[in-house]
Design a protein around this ligand. Structure first.
Ligand SMILES: [Zn+2]
Length: 465
Protein backbone atom coordinates (compact mmCIF):
# COMPACT_ATOMS: atom_id res chain seq x y z
CA UNK A 1 0.00 0.00 0.00
CA UNK A 2 1.40 3.42 -0.88
CA UNK A 3 1.91 6.02 1.88
CA UNK A 4 0.61 9.55 1.32
CA UNK A 5 2.76 12.18 3.09
CA UNK A 6 0.91 15.48 3.41
CA UNK A 7 2.69 18.73 4.27
CA UNK A 8 2.25 22.48 4.14
CA UNK A 9 4.80 22.70 1.29
CA UNK A 10 6.25 20.18 -1.14
CA UNK A 11 9.22 21.14 -3.31
CA UNK A 12 9.14 19.54 -6.74
CA UNK A 13 12.11 20.74 -8.81
CA UNK A 14 11.99 24.52 -8.28
CA UNK A 15 8.21 24.64 -7.80
CA UNK A 16 6.67 24.83 -4.34
CA UNK A 17 3.27 23.14 -3.99
CA UNK A 18 1.16 24.40 -1.10
CA UNK A 19 -0.72 21.72 0.84
CA UNK A 20 0.99 18.99 -1.14
CA UNK A 21 1.30 15.23 -0.93
CA UNK A 22 4.21 12.95 -1.74
CA UNK A 23 3.09 9.38 -2.36
CA UNK A 24 5.67 6.67 -1.74
CA UNK A 25 5.47 3.01 -2.61
CA UNK A 26 8.22 0.43 -2.07
CA UNK A 27 10.97 3.02 -1.71
CA UNK A 28 10.06 5.15 -4.71
CA UNK A 29 7.97 8.24 -5.27
CA UNK A 30 4.81 7.42 -7.20
CA UNK A 31 3.11 10.82 -7.04
CA UNK A 32 3.65 14.48 -6.06
CA UNK A 33 0.38 16.41 -6.10
CA UNK A 34 -1.78 18.99 -4.39
CA UNK A 35 -3.71 17.36 -1.53
CA UNK A 36 -6.99 15.80 -2.56
CA UNK A 37 -8.95 13.91 0.15
CA UNK A 38 -10.44 11.54 -2.42
CA UNK A 39 -7.05 10.60 -3.89
CA UNK A 40 -5.09 10.69 -0.64
CA UNK A 41 -7.12 8.81 1.98
CA UNK A 42 -5.50 8.31 5.37
CA UNK A 43 -2.68 10.68 4.49
CA UNK A 44 0.15 10.91 7.07
CA UNK A 45 -0.18 14.46 8.38
CA UNK A 46 3.24 16.10 8.80
CA UNK A 47 1.78 19.55 9.41
CA UNK A 48 4.05 22.58 9.40
CA UNK A 49 6.90 21.18 7.33
CA UNK A 50 8.26 21.36 3.81
CA UNK A 51 8.95 18.04 2.11
CA UNK A 52 12.02 18.42 -0.08
CA UNK A 53 14.31 15.96 -1.85
CA UNK A 54 17.15 14.53 0.24
CA UNK A 55 20.41 16.34 -0.43
CA UNK A 56 23.44 14.83 -2.12
CA UNK A 57 26.92 15.06 -0.66
CA UNK A 58 29.06 14.44 -3.74
CA UNK A 59 32.44 14.53 -2.01
CA UNK A 60 33.33 13.21 1.43
CA UNK A 61 36.30 11.73 3.25
CA UNK A 62 34.41 10.29 6.23
CA UNK A 63 37.51 9.54 8.33
CA UNK A 64 38.50 13.22 8.32
CA UNK A 65 35.67 13.79 10.81
CA UNK A 66 38.35 12.68 13.31
CA UNK A 67 40.40 15.81 12.53
CA UNK A 68 37.65 18.18 13.54
CA UNK A 69 39.04 20.79 15.92
CA UNK A 70 42.50 19.19 15.89
CA UNK A 71 44.20 21.25 13.20
CA UNK A 72 42.92 24.70 14.12
CA UNK A 73 46.12 26.02 15.63
CA UNK A 74 49.48 27.28 14.44
CA UNK A 75 52.65 25.27 15.08
CA UNK A 76 55.00 27.14 12.76
CA UNK A 77 54.91 30.66 11.43
CA UNK A 78 52.51 29.74 8.67
CA UNK A 79 49.79 27.16 8.16
CA UNK A 80 48.31 26.12 4.84
CA UNK A 81 46.83 23.13 3.01
CA UNK A 82 50.11 21.23 3.00
CA UNK A 83 50.74 21.50 6.77
CA UNK A 84 47.10 20.50 7.39
CA UNK A 85 47.73 17.48 5.17
CA UNK A 86 50.59 16.33 7.41
CA UNK A 87 48.26 16.35 10.45
CA UNK A 88 45.64 14.48 8.40
CA UNK A 89 48.19 11.82 7.36
CA UNK A 90 49.11 11.19 11.01
CA UNK A 91 45.48 10.44 11.75
CA UNK A 92 44.99 8.33 8.62
CA UNK A 93 47.94 6.14 9.52
CA UNK A 94 46.85 5.52 13.09
CA UNK A 95 43.23 4.48 12.50
CA UNK A 96 42.32 0.84 13.14
CA UNK A 97 39.58 -0.72 11.00
CA UNK A 98 37.10 -0.56 13.90
CA UNK A 99 37.99 3.08 14.60
CA UNK A 100 37.56 3.90 10.91
CA UNK A 101 34.06 2.44 11.03
CA UNK A 102 33.18 4.33 14.23
CA UNK A 103 34.49 7.64 12.88
CA UNK A 104 32.74 7.10 9.54
CA UNK A 105 29.46 6.30 11.29
CA UNK A 106 29.79 9.59 13.20
CA UNK A 107 30.34 11.54 9.97
CA UNK A 108 27.41 9.81 8.28
CA UNK A 109 25.14 10.38 11.28
CA UNK A 110 26.00 14.07 11.20
CA UNK A 111 25.28 14.11 7.45
CA UNK A 112 21.88 12.46 7.85
CA UNK A 113 20.93 14.91 10.62
CA UNK A 114 22.03 17.81 8.39
CA UNK A 115 19.88 16.69 5.45
CA UNK A 116 22.23 14.64 3.29
CA UNK A 117 20.65 11.35 2.19
CA UNK A 118 23.38 10.33 -0.25
CA UNK A 119 27.14 10.40 0.12
CA UNK A 120 29.84 10.03 -2.50
CA UNK A 121 32.66 8.69 -0.35
CA UNK A 122 36.09 9.33 -1.86
CA UNK A 123 37.85 6.49 -0.10
CA UNK A 124 41.62 6.19 -0.15
CA UNK A 125 42.54 4.24 2.99
CA UNK A 126 43.26 0.78 1.61
CA UNK A 127 46.26 -0.84 3.29
CA UNK A 128 47.45 -1.83 6.73
CA UNK A 129 49.58 0.77 8.56
CA UNK A 130 52.78 -0.90 7.27
CA UNK A 131 51.55 -0.63 3.67
CA UNK A 132 50.71 -4.31 3.12
CA UNK A 133 47.21 -5.04 1.83
CA UNK A 134 44.67 -6.59 4.20
CA UNK A 135 43.69 -10.23 3.48
CA UNK A 136 40.75 -8.70 1.70
CA UNK A 137 42.27 -5.61 0.03
CA UNK A 138 38.84 -3.97 0.22
CA UNK A 139 38.49 -4.53 3.98
CA UNK A 140 38.55 -0.85 4.92
CA UNK A 141 36.14 0.08 2.11
CA UNK A 142 33.71 -2.49 3.51
CA UNK A 143 33.97 -0.90 6.96
CA UNK A 144 33.08 2.51 5.51
CA UNK A 145 30.16 1.13 3.49
CA UNK A 146 28.86 -0.69 6.58
CA UNK A 147 28.99 2.57 8.54
CA UNK A 148 26.83 4.27 5.90
CA UNK A 149 24.39 1.37 5.87
CA UNK A 150 24.16 1.47 9.66
CA UNK A 151 22.94 5.07 9.41
CA UNK A 152 20.76 4.25 6.39
CA UNK A 153 22.47 6.56 3.90
CA UNK A 154 22.72 5.83 0.21
CA UNK A 155 26.44 5.57 -0.62
CA UNK A 156 28.59 5.62 -3.72
CA UNK A 157 31.98 4.32 -2.61
CA UNK A 158 34.45 6.01 -4.95
CA UNK A 159 37.45 3.74 -4.59
CA UNK A 160 40.57 5.82 -4.94
CA UNK A 161 43.51 5.05 -7.22
CA UNK A 162 46.74 6.25 -5.65
CA UNK A 163 49.96 5.29 -7.41
CA UNK A 164 52.69 7.65 -6.23
CA UNK A 165 53.60 10.62 -4.06
CA UNK A 166 53.86 12.97 -7.02
CA UNK A 167 55.90 13.87 -10.07
CA UNK A 168 59.62 13.29 -9.36
CA UNK A 169 58.84 12.88 -5.67
CA UNK A 170 60.30 10.00 -3.65
CA UNK A 171 57.76 7.64 -2.05
CA UNK A 172 56.19 9.31 0.98
CA UNK A 173 55.93 6.80 3.85
CA UNK A 174 52.91 8.72 5.14
CA UNK A 175 51.00 7.59 2.03
CA UNK A 176 51.67 3.86 2.39
CA UNK A 177 48.07 3.08 3.33
CA UNK A 178 46.82 4.68 0.09
CA UNK A 179 49.22 3.37 -2.55
CA UNK A 180 48.62 0.28 -4.67
CA UNK A 181 51.23 -1.29 -6.92
CA UNK A 182 49.69 -0.83 -10.38
CA UNK A 183 46.48 0.16 -12.10
CA UNK A 184 45.43 -3.41 -12.99
CA UNK A 185 45.63 -4.46 -9.34
CA UNK A 186 43.51 -1.41 -8.58
CA UNK A 187 40.89 -2.20 -11.25
CA UNK A 188 40.65 -5.80 -10.03
CA UNK A 189 39.90 -4.54 -6.53
CA UNK A 190 37.25 -2.14 -7.85
CA UNK A 191 35.53 -5.09 -9.56
CA UNK A 192 35.73 -7.18 -6.39
CA UNK A 193 34.17 -4.37 -4.38
CA UNK A 194 31.35 -4.04 -6.92
CA UNK A 195 30.67 -7.75 -6.77
CA UNK A 196 30.57 -7.70 -2.96
CA UNK A 197 27.85 -5.02 -2.79
CA UNK A 198 25.94 -5.83 -5.98
CA UNK A 199 22.82 -6.96 -4.11
CA UNK A 200 22.44 -3.84 -1.97
CA UNK A 201 20.37 -1.24 -3.84
CA UNK A 202 21.72 1.58 -1.64
CA UNK A 203 25.38 0.88 -2.47
CA UNK A 204 27.12 1.76 -5.74
CA UNK A 205 30.81 1.75 -6.60
CA UNK A 206 32.77 4.33 -8.56
CA UNK A 207 36.40 5.09 -9.33
CA UNK A 208 38.55 7.99 -8.23
CA UNK A 209 42.07 8.66 -9.44
CA UNK A 210 43.08 10.74 -6.41
CA UNK A 211 44.55 13.58 -8.49
CA UNK A 212 46.76 14.03 -11.52
CA UNK A 213 49.61 14.32 -9.01
CA UNK A 214 48.96 10.92 -7.42
CA UNK A 215 48.74 8.75 -10.56
CA UNK A 216 50.50 8.69 -13.93
CA UNK A 217 48.84 9.24 -17.30
CA UNK A 218 48.93 5.46 -17.85
CA UNK A 219 46.70 4.96 -14.82
CA UNK A 220 44.33 7.67 -16.07
CA UNK A 221 44.06 6.02 -19.47
CA UNK A 222 43.37 2.57 -18.02
CA UNK A 223 40.73 3.96 -15.64
CA UNK A 224 39.09 5.76 -18.57
CA UNK A 225 39.02 2.52 -20.58
CA UNK A 226 37.40 0.69 -17.66
CA UNK A 227 34.87 3.49 -17.25
CA UNK A 228 33.82 3.32 -20.89
CA UNK A 229 32.98 -0.36 -20.48
CA UNK A 230 31.54 -0.32 -16.96
CA UNK A 231 29.85 3.13 -17.04
CA UNK A 232 30.99 3.98 -13.51
CA UNK A 233 31.21 7.51 -12.13
CA UNK A 234 34.79 8.79 -11.91
CA UNK A 235 35.83 11.53 -9.47
CA UNK A 236 39.20 13.28 -9.33
CA UNK A 237 40.61 16.12 -7.21
CA UNK A 238 41.64 18.87 -9.62
CA UNK A 239 43.04 22.37 -9.36
CA UNK A 240 42.58 22.77 -5.61
CA UNK A 241 46.03 24.20 -4.96
CA UNK A 242 48.29 26.38 -7.10
CA UNK A 243 51.31 24.20 -6.25
CA UNK A 244 49.49 21.25 -7.84
CA UNK A 245 49.12 23.21 -11.11
CA UNK A 246 52.82 24.04 -11.18
CA UNK A 247 53.82 20.41 -10.60
CA UNK A 248 51.50 19.26 -13.37
CA UNK A 249 52.90 21.83 -15.80
CA UNK A 250 56.42 20.70 -14.97
CA UNK A 251 55.56 17.07 -15.72
CA UNK A 252 53.20 17.33 -18.68
CA UNK A 253 53.58 20.89 -19.90
CA UNK A 254 49.81 21.10 -19.42
CA UNK A 255 47.30 21.74 -16.64
CA UNK A 256 45.50 18.88 -14.83
CA UNK A 257 42.24 19.37 -16.73
CA UNK A 258 44.10 19.27 -20.06
CA UNK A 259 45.79 16.03 -19.03
CA UNK A 260 42.39 14.54 -18.08
CA UNK A 261 40.93 15.66 -21.41
CA UNK A 262 43.83 14.12 -23.34
CA UNK A 263 43.37 10.83 -21.47
CA UNK A 264 39.63 10.81 -22.39
CA UNK A 265 38.66 11.22 -18.76
CA UNK A 266 36.58 14.40 -18.78
CA UNK A 267 33.05 13.50 -19.92
CA UNK A 268 29.65 13.88 -18.22
CA UNK A 269 30.31 10.87 -15.95
CA UNK A 270 33.42 12.56 -14.54
CA UNK A 271 33.46 14.95 -11.58
CA UNK A 272 36.23 17.44 -10.87
CA UNK A 273 36.55 18.03 -7.16
CA UNK A 274 37.29 21.67 -6.21
CA UNK A 275 38.27 23.15 -9.62
CA UNK A 276 39.21 26.31 -7.78
CA UNK A 277 42.08 27.56 -9.92
CA UNK A 278 40.92 27.55 -13.54
CA UNK A 279 42.30 29.44 -16.51
CA UNK A 280 40.33 30.12 -19.68
CA UNK A 281 41.44 26.88 -21.34
CA UNK A 282 40.29 24.82 -18.34
CA UNK A 283 36.87 26.50 -18.35
CA UNK A 284 36.58 25.88 -22.12
CA UNK A 285 37.31 22.18 -21.60
CA UNK A 286 34.76 21.89 -18.80
CA UNK A 287 32.16 23.57 -21.03
CA UNK A 288 32.99 21.31 -23.99
CA UNK A 289 33.22 17.96 -22.20
CA UNK A 290 30.56 18.35 -19.52
CA UNK A 291 32.06 17.04 -16.25
CA UNK A 292 30.38 18.07 -12.99
CA UNK A 293 32.37 20.41 -10.76
CA UNK A 294 32.02 19.45 -7.09
CA UNK A 295 32.60 22.48 -4.89
CA UNK A 296 33.29 22.08 -1.17
CA UNK A 297 33.27 25.74 -0.17
CA UNK A 298 33.22 25.25 3.61
CA UNK A 299 36.28 23.00 3.40
CA UNK A 300 37.91 25.23 0.80
CA UNK A 301 37.43 28.16 3.17
CA UNK A 302 38.79 26.14 6.10
CA UNK A 303 41.88 25.12 4.12
CA UNK A 304 42.41 28.49 2.47
CA UNK A 305 42.17 26.97 -1.02
CA UNK A 306 40.56 29.89 -2.80
CA UNK A 307 37.15 30.84 -4.18
CA UNK A 308 35.25 28.70 -6.71
CA UNK A 309 34.88 30.67 -9.96
CA UNK A 310 31.19 29.79 -10.01
CA UNK A 311 30.16 32.69 -12.18
CA UNK A 312 32.63 31.82 -14.95
CA UNK A 313 31.55 28.17 -14.79
CA UNK A 314 27.83 28.91 -14.92
CA UNK A 315 28.36 31.34 -17.78
CA UNK A 316 29.41 28.25 -19.72
CA UNK A 317 26.50 26.13 -18.39
CA UNK A 318 28.68 23.92 -16.18
CA UNK A 319 27.03 21.70 -13.58
CA UNK A 320 28.10 22.44 -10.00
CA UNK A 321 27.45 20.06 -7.07
CA UNK A 322 28.51 20.28 -3.42
CA UNK A 323 30.49 18.12 -0.99
CA UNK A 324 31.41 18.19 2.69
CA UNK A 325 34.99 17.01 1.96
CA UNK A 326 37.07 17.48 5.14
CA UNK A 327 34.01 17.56 7.48
CA UNK A 328 35.15 20.62 9.42
CA UNK A 329 31.48 21.62 9.28
CA UNK A 330 28.84 19.29 7.85
CA UNK A 331 26.15 21.62 6.63
CA UNK A 332 24.71 21.48 3.10
CA UNK A 333 22.75 24.69 3.68
CA UNK A 334 25.95 26.48 4.65
CA UNK A 335 27.77 25.08 1.60
CA UNK A 336 25.16 26.56 -0.75
CA UNK A 337 25.21 29.96 0.93
CA UNK A 338 29.02 30.02 0.93
CA UNK A 339 29.20 29.57 -2.87
CA UNK A 340 27.17 32.73 -3.41
CA UNK A 341 28.45 34.69 -0.42
CA UNK A 342 32.11 34.19 -1.40
CA UNK A 343 31.34 35.95 -4.69
CA UNK A 344 29.42 38.74 -2.96
CA UNK A 345 32.40 39.38 -0.70
CA UNK A 346 34.88 39.25 -3.55
CA UNK A 347 32.86 41.37 -6.01
CA UNK A 348 31.19 43.69 -3.47
CA UNK A 349 27.82 42.94 -5.09
CA UNK A 350 24.64 41.03 -4.25
CA UNK A 351 22.85 38.16 -6.06
CA UNK A 352 25.88 37.41 -8.22
CA UNK A 353 24.66 34.02 -9.49
CA UNK A 354 20.99 35.02 -9.92
CA UNK A 355 21.65 36.08 -13.51
CA UNK A 356 21.77 32.35 -14.40
CA UNK A 357 18.23 31.71 -13.13
CA UNK A 358 15.22 31.90 -15.45
CA UNK A 359 13.30 35.16 -15.30
CA UNK A 360 9.97 35.00 -13.47
CA UNK A 361 7.82 38.12 -13.39
CA UNK A 362 10.87 40.31 -13.83
CA UNK A 363 12.97 38.57 -11.15
CA UNK A 364 15.81 36.07 -11.17
CA UNK A 365 16.22 34.16 -7.92
CA UNK A 366 19.64 33.16 -6.53
CA UNK A 367 18.05 30.12 -4.86
CA UNK A 368 17.06 28.64 -8.20
CA UNK A 369 20.74 28.50 -9.15
CA UNK A 370 21.92 27.13 -5.80
CA UNK A 371 19.23 24.51 -5.10
CA UNK A 372 20.14 22.07 -7.94
CA UNK A 373 23.73 22.03 -6.68
CA UNK A 374 22.63 20.16 -3.54
CA UNK A 375 20.13 17.95 -5.37
CA UNK A 376 20.02 17.11 -9.08
CA UNK A 377 23.62 18.03 -9.89
CA UNK A 378 24.87 15.94 -6.98
CA UNK A 379 22.89 12.98 -8.32
CA UNK A 380 24.35 13.59 -11.79
CA UNK A 381 27.85 13.59 -10.34
CA UNK A 382 27.29 10.19 -8.73
CA UNK A 383 25.34 8.63 -11.61
CA UNK A 384 22.12 8.33 -9.56
CA UNK A 385 18.49 9.32 -10.13
CA UNK A 386 17.84 10.77 -6.65
CA UNK A 387 17.79 14.50 -5.88
CA UNK A 388 14.27 15.17 -7.07
CA UNK A 389 10.82 14.41 -5.68
CA UNK A 390 9.07 13.16 -8.79
CA UNK A 391 7.27 10.05 -9.93
CA UNK A 392 9.65 7.13 -10.47
CA UNK A 393 12.54 8.59 -8.47
CA UNK A 394 13.85 7.21 -5.15
CA UNK A 395 11.95 8.30 -2.05
CA UNK A 396 14.91 10.16 -0.53
CA UNK A 397 13.18 12.99 1.30
CA UNK A 398 13.47 15.51 4.13
CA UNK A 399 10.81 17.10 6.28
CA UNK A 400 12.02 20.63 7.02
CA UNK A 401 10.58 22.12 10.20
CA UNK A 402 8.88 25.40 9.31
CA UNK A 403 8.70 26.21 13.02
CA UNK A 404 12.49 26.26 13.18
CA UNK A 405 13.36 29.80 14.32
CA UNK A 406 15.39 30.47 11.18
CA UNK A 407 12.43 29.54 8.97
CA UNK A 408 9.52 31.02 10.90
CA UNK A 409 7.33 33.09 8.61
CA UNK A 410 8.60 31.57 5.38
CA UNK A 411 6.16 31.43 2.46
CA UNK A 412 5.96 29.50 -0.80
CA UNK A 413 7.70 32.48 -2.43
CA UNK A 414 10.58 32.71 0.05
CA UNK A 415 11.06 29.03 0.98
CA UNK A 416 13.92 28.23 -1.42
CA UNK A 417 15.73 31.49 -0.61
CA UNK A 418 15.38 30.76 3.11
CA UNK A 419 16.68 27.22 2.65
CA UNK A 420 19.67 28.08 0.48
CA UNK A 421 20.76 31.31 2.17
CA UNK A 422 19.43 31.20 5.71
CA UNK A 423 18.81 27.67 7.01
CA UNK A 424 20.93 25.28 9.06
CA UNK A 425 20.90 21.53 9.85
CA UNK A 426 18.74 22.32 12.89
CA UNK A 427 15.69 22.61 10.61
CA UNK A 428 15.92 18.97 9.42
CA UNK A 429 13.17 17.15 11.34
CA UNK A 430 12.73 13.88 9.46
CA UNK A 431 14.76 12.01 6.86
CA UNK A 432 13.79 9.13 4.59
CA UNK A 433 16.13 7.17 2.31
CA UNK A 434 14.44 4.88 -0.22
CA UNK A 435 11.29 5.33 1.88
CA UNK A 436 13.09 4.18 5.07
CA UNK A 437 12.50 6.65 7.91
CA UNK A 438 16.05 7.10 9.31
CA UNK A 439 15.71 10.37 11.27
CA UNK A 440 12.51 10.97 13.26
CA UNK A 441 11.82 14.21 15.04
CA UNK A 442 15.48 15.24 14.71
CA UNK A 443 16.91 11.99 16.11
CA UNK A 444 18.43 8.87 14.62
CA UNK A 445 17.46 5.63 16.41
CA UNK A 446 21.11 4.63 16.86
CA UNK A 447 22.35 8.12 17.73
CA UNK A 448 23.53 7.60 21.31
CA UNK A 449 25.43 4.41 20.48
CA UNK A 450 27.11 6.06 17.50
CA UNK A 451 28.20 9.10 19.48
CA UNK A 452 29.51 6.95 22.35
CA UNK A 453 31.31 4.68 19.89
CA UNK A 454 32.90 7.71 18.25
CA UNK A 455 34.08 9.15 21.56
CA UNK A 456 35.63 5.84 22.58
CA UNK A 457 37.33 5.48 19.20
CA UNK A 458 38.74 9.02 19.40
CA UNK A 459 40.09 8.48 22.90
CA UNK A 460 42.01 5.41 21.76
CA UNK A 461 43.08 7.04 18.50
CA UNK A 462 44.44 10.19 20.12
CA UNK A 463 46.28 8.10 22.72
CA UNK A 464 47.96 6.19 19.88
CA UNK A 465 49.12 9.29 17.95
ZN1 LIG B 1 38.74 15.78 -1.06
Amino acid sequence: MPDHHRARFVVRHQAVIEDGVVTIDRGRVVGVDPYDPARHPEAIEHGDVALVPGLVNAHSHAFQRALKGRAEHLTTGRDDFWSWRTVMYGMANALTPAQLEAVSAMAFLEMARAGFTTVGEFHYLHNQPDGAPYDDPNALAHHVVRAARRIGLRIVLLRVAYGRAGFREPPNPLQRRFIEPDVYTYLGRVSALEAAWRDDPLVEIGMAPHSVRAVTDKWLWAIGEHQRVMKLPVHVHACEQRAELEACKAEYGRLPIEVLADEELLGPRVSLIHATHLDRRAVDLIAERGPTVVACPLTEANLGDGVLPARRLLQRSAHIAIGSDGQSRIDPWGELAQIENNLRLRDERRNVLARFAPEREGRRHTAEVLWPMATEHGARSLGLDCGVLARGHPADMLAIDLRDPALAGTTAETLLADLTLGASPRAVRDVWVAGEHIVRGGRHADEDAIIDGYRDAMKALVAAL
